[in-house]
Design a protein around this ligand. Structure first.
Ligand code: SAM
Length: 211
C-alpha cells in the first residue's frame, strides 16, 4: 500500500509545474544545512500553496511561521498587483536567511518579514487578510485562528499546515502537540462560521473559507 502511495506521490510531482530558481535554491540550501528541513513546505506542497494563492489572488496574505521563507515566496507568486505577504517568525537566524532569499527574488518589495511572537504581533497589524497561513507552534493553532478570525475578510481563507501530524492524530496516546492539533481540527469542524476541507496533502492542510 505504501509503495503505491509513494509511486503516486512521485507521479503527482512529475506532473506538477516547476518552481522558480530561487525556490529550488532555497530548498537545496535548507536540505544541505538544516537538520529540521522537514519544517519547510517542500516542492509539492509549495506548488499547491502557490496554486491556491493564484486562485484567490490575495491583496494581503498573513503567514504565521516564516522559517526560511519558502512558503511566503510560494504565496507571493499568486498575489494581486501591489499585494503583499506579511510573515511572522521568532527565530532570528532563520529569518536572516529568509530575508536574503526574499531579497534575491522578484517579490522583494512584496514580502514583509516581522520578527517576534506571533500572538503579540498579530493584534498590532491593521490589515484585513484575504488568506492566512498558520504554520508555527502547534499548541497555539487555536489561538492563532481566534486571533486572526475577525481580521479575515468574509469569503477569505485560512489554511493550517500539519493538521495530520504524521498520522499521530489517530493514535490513542497523544502528546501535547497532537492533542492541540486534534482539538484545533475539532474546533474548526464545529465552527459554522467557516466551510472547511482537510486535504491529506503531505502532513495535512486544513483549508477554511470564512462564510
Ligand atoms: C514549520 S516552520 C514554518 C515553515 C514555512 N511556513 C514553510 O513552509 O517554509 C515553523 C516556524 O514557526 C516559527 N515559530 C514557532 N513558534 C512561533 C511563535 N510563537 N511566533 C512566531 N513564529 C513561531 C518557528 O521559528 C519556525 O520557523
Amino acid at each position: 500500500m505504501n509503495e503505491i502511495k509513494n509511486a503516486l506521490t512521485d507521479y503527482a510531482e512529475l506532473h506538477t509545474g516547476g518552481e522558480s530558481r530561487v525556490l529550488a535554491e532555497l530548498r537545496e540550501h535548507c536540505y544541505a544545512h538544516y537538520e529540521d528541513s522537514s519544517m519547510l513546505s517542500g516542492f509539492f506542497q509549495g506548488r499547491v500553496l502557490s496554486m491556491l494563492s493564484h486562485m484567490v489572488r490575495p491583496d494581503v496574505v498573513l503567514e504565521i511561521g516564516t522559517y526560511l521563507g519558502y512558503s511566503a515566496l510560494c504565496f507571493a507568486e499568486g498575489l494581486a498587483d501591489d499585494g503583499k505577504v506579511i510573515t511572522i517568525d521568532i527565530q532570528e537566524d532563520t529569518n536572516k536567511v529568509a530575508r536574503s532569499f526574499v531579497e534575491r527574488s522578484e517579490f522583494a518589495k512584496q514580502i514583509e518579514l516581522h520578527l517576534g511572537f506571533a500572538t503579540e504581533i498579530i493584534p498590532t497589524l491593521p490589515e484585513t487578510f484575504d488568506l492566512v497561513f498558520i504554520d508555527a507552534d502547534k499548541p497555539n493553532y487555536s489561538n492563532y485562528y481566534n486571533l486572526v478570525f475577525d481580521k479575515v475578510r468574509p469569503g477569505g481563507f485560512i489554511i493550517a499546515d500539519n493538521v495530520l501530524w504524521s498520522g499521530k492524530v489517530l493514535e490513542a496516546d497523544q502528546d501535547d502537540n497532537t492533542i492541540a492539533l486534534h482539538e484545533f481540527n475539532q474546533m474548526v469542524q464545529a465552527d459554522n462560521r467557516v466551510s472547511n476541507v482537510l486535504l491529506p496533502i503531505r502532513d495535512g492542510l486544513m483549508v477554511m473559507s470564512k462564510n
